[in-house]
Design a protein around this ligand. Structure first.
Ligand SMILES: Nc1nc2c(ncn2[C@@H]2O[C@H](COP(=O)(O)OP(=O)(O)OP(=O)(O)O)[C@@H](O)[C@H]2O)c(=O)[nH]1
Ligand SMILES: [Mg+2]
Length: 195
């Protein structure tokens, strides 16, 4: 696919189906724990500093944010899970919003599921992965913040993450860093493979 990845804009934010874009452009959704680095991943892939808003304050992204990339594909930034200071009502609302999108969106080609490479995946991470597998949604597993681990330990961390998730070898696994841009090419290749 011939695509100018720098030609990206935020298209719209949505909380329900009626607000989703009404065409058949392919979409890649980003899922992961709050603060794991979803927005940073988007900015890194698009070569932009602050298109997707990042912050050290977790729980900032509350809606599905649709990014238009060169009128050829979209990224959908999904609010992070696992943020403790969110009320039960908010959490249930979040669950319905994500579930509605992931289970009914025909445009969806794959989910980039981000985990923090430093740690064993959380119960929420495992649940998200199981959910995606259950609905047969292709997963690109991105282990991010790799810059915070010495290279000599990368293999050990990759094995630990795969084991905990019962990782399906049919899915892509990308070691990634928004700081160093490690994994940039592999991430794009994995995404464009799903188009
Ligand atoms: N060292 C390092 N820091 C990162 C990396 N990716 C993200 N961060 C930092 O982690 C924090 C959270 O990043 P975001 O991209 O805002 O995370 P998010 O997943 O979008 O968070 P929510 O929108 O709250 O769900 C920021 O301070 C980022 O600078 C990375 O690869 N390496
Ligand atoms: Mg974010």
């Amino acid at each position: 696919m011939d695509i100018n990845t720098h030609n990206a804009t935020i298209l719209l934010s949505a909380v329900s189906k009626a607000q989703y874009p009404q065409d058949d452009l392919p979409e890649i959704a980003l899922a992961g724990r709050s603060n794991v680095g979803k927005s940073s991943f988007i900015n890194t892939l698009l070569g932009r500093k602050n298109l997707a808003r990042t912050s050290s304050k977790p729980g900032k992204t509350q809606q599905l944010n649709f990014y238009n990339i060169d009128d050829k594909l979209r990224f959908v930034d999904v609010p992070g899970y696992g943020y403790a200071k969110v009320s039960k009502t908010e959490r249930a609302k979040w669950g319905r919003m994500i579930e509605e999108y992931l289970t009914s969106r025909e445009n969806l080609r794959a989910v980039v599921s981000l985990v923090d490479m430093r740690h064993e995946p959380s119960a929420d991470d495992v649940q998200m992965y199981e959910f995606l597998k259950y609905y047969d949604i292709p997963v690109i597993l991105v282990a991010t913040k790799a810059d915070k681990i010495p290279r000599g330990k990368w293999n050990k961390h990759e094995s630990m993450i795969k084991k905990r998730l019962e990782f399906d070898p049919a899915d892509q696994f990308v070691v990634f860093s928004s700081e160093t841009r490690h994994g940039f090419e592999q991430a794009w290749d994995s995404i464009l493979d799903q188009m």
